[in-house]
Design a protein around this ligand. Structure first.
Ligand code: PLP
Ligand code: ZN
Length: 436
């Protein structure tokens, strides 16, 4: 495990990355393993591109001719070479919703289904594919992360594929599926007795002392760019058009803000027509610092201590919370929260109407979608895209006890007939309950 030396890379001809740039004061830095404007204002750093070059070299046709993964957008991603890690991440289905749409009273609803993303069934595969590709360019041999679960799955899996050493940090109380789904790739796993925000603080110290590439700390400017592909893909899959309204979950707020950046870049380089897109965010009530700030009209986010079943989005002190807030406000969107019961109902609603089993984060997003529609905050005519970011098989304990049970029978036809009759009677009784 060696200390990486961060150097500016010699770039291949079609890389457009130029600098890291402070989001607050504009100070520029070389493209190294750095995420904070340490010379001036301690603001977050973001990757800056040569957009003129992108305008001249990228067309819809060059993108369509690319791989069937996030790497079709490589010129917009923060890597210097062609030597990227392509594990088939991205280009997940954008599904036109019929049954959920009808249930909610929406006419043009689409589901971006990252519950089937590769290789680990969450949107985090996007950010990690990008971060580890860049980590390798920067010379890191050990990669790491502070995770709420899905990030550890992705980092461990993609590090395994890339042959990088891996040590991940998770809160000790995560769902079994998330822990097992990390351990199987045989990284070192540190289960920290504390919540995510405490894990993150610890990792900041380790990043400073061990010379490891933490995908969401010292590599954060590169990592977060991976989420732009959630914007790019939706625009391309809608036939090179932007939607009217998107609904997405907010944990650190990175994904939410980067979908916005992705749409903006496509407009800026002329790939899609400009159009106002409303951005609405979803949080779990038990960890809703951004939704609270939105409701109270504050322009700062007060940290909270998380207490919700939606562990994958339970970040009490969100790094990009204020930027998410700003985007929801300036696009005429909303940020709402829902309680654990509504989250479970959201998971079941999506499963029963669309055949998609999402985890608690997706349940949160669907429940917020429903709440916004009921409050008249989404127009039925709007082309609305709801982002489903994770897979339900990883958080099975969340719905345990809230779903039906199998009918256990003897292997005999009459046993089956009797059980079927009972089931149909129960269904009728259920309906009568609904009707009275
Ligand atoms: C991490 C995560 C999010 C939110 O990510 P941020 O970029 O931190 O806001 C949403 N959904 C799932 C399933 C996640 O794992
Ligand atoms: Zn600065």
């Amino acid at each position: 495990m060696t200390q990486a030396t961060a150097t500016t890379q010699s770039q291949t001809s079609n890389s457009a990355i130029e600098k890291l740039k402070c989001k607050e004061c504009g100070e520029e830095y070389p493209l190294a393993d750095k995420h904070i404007c340490e010379d001036v204002c301690f603001g977050p750093l973001e990757v800056k591109y040569d957009y003129e070059k992108l305008r001249q070299t990228v067309t819809r046709a060059t993108i369509e001719a690319g791989p069937n993964s996030i790497w079709r957008y490589r010129p917009f991603l923060p890597v210097a070479t062609d030597n990227v890690i392509d594990v088939g991440t991205g280009m997940t289905p954008l599904v036109k919703s019929h049954r959920l749409a009808r249930r909610l009273g929406l006419k043009n609803l689409y589901i971006k289904n990252d519950a089937v993303n590769m290789p680990t069934l969450s949107f985090k595969d996007r950010v990690v594919s990008v971060a580890l590709s860049r980590a390798r360019e920067l010379g890191f041999t050990t990669v790491s992360c502070a995770s709420t679960g899905n990030l550890a799955n992705s980092t461990a899996a993609i590090a395994a594929k890339a042959g990088l050493d891996c040590c991940v940090f998770i809160p000790a109380d995560l769902e079994a599926g998330k822990v097992l789904g990390t351990l199987i790739y045989n990284p070192t796993v540190m289960a920290v007795k504390g919540n995510y925000d405490q894990v993150n603080r610890l990792c900041c110290e380790v990043a400073n002392t061990h010379g490891w590439g933490f995908v969401n700390i010292n590599l954060r400017p590169y990592y977060s760019e991976g989420s732009k592909t959630l914007g790019f893909e939706v625009a391309e899959q809608l036939g090179w058009k932007l939607p009217d309204h998107i609904v997405a979950p907010i944990a650190s707020g990175s994904l939410f803000t980067k979908i916005h950046k992705g749409f903006k870049e496509f407009v800026d380089v002329g790939l899609v027509d400009e159009k106002p897109v409303r951005f609405s965010g979803a949080q779990a009530e038990g960890c809703s610092p951004v939704a609270q700030a939105f409701k109270e009209g504050r322009d700062f986010v007060t940290p909270v201590k998380p207490n919700t079943i939606a562990k994958s989005i339970a970040i009490g002190n969100p790094a990009d919370g204020i930027y998410a807030l700003e985007i929801a406000r300036k696009t005429n969107g909303n940020i709402e929260s829902v309680n654990d019961e509504e989250i479970i109902e959201g998971i079941k609603l999506l499963a029963e109407t669309e055949g998609i089993f999402t985890e608690t984060a997706g349940g949160t997003t669907v429940a917020v979608l429903k709440k916004l529609v009921e409050a008249g905050k989404i127009d039925p005519e709007e082309t609305t895209v709801v982002y489903i970011t994770g897979n339900g098989l990883k958080t099975q304990e969340a719905v345990q006890g809230y779903i039906g049970e199998p009918l256990t029978i003897e292997p005999k036809l009459d046993a089956f007939e009797r059980a079927l009759e009972r089931a149909q009677t129960l269904e009728r009784l259920d309906w009568q309950e609904v009707l009275v």
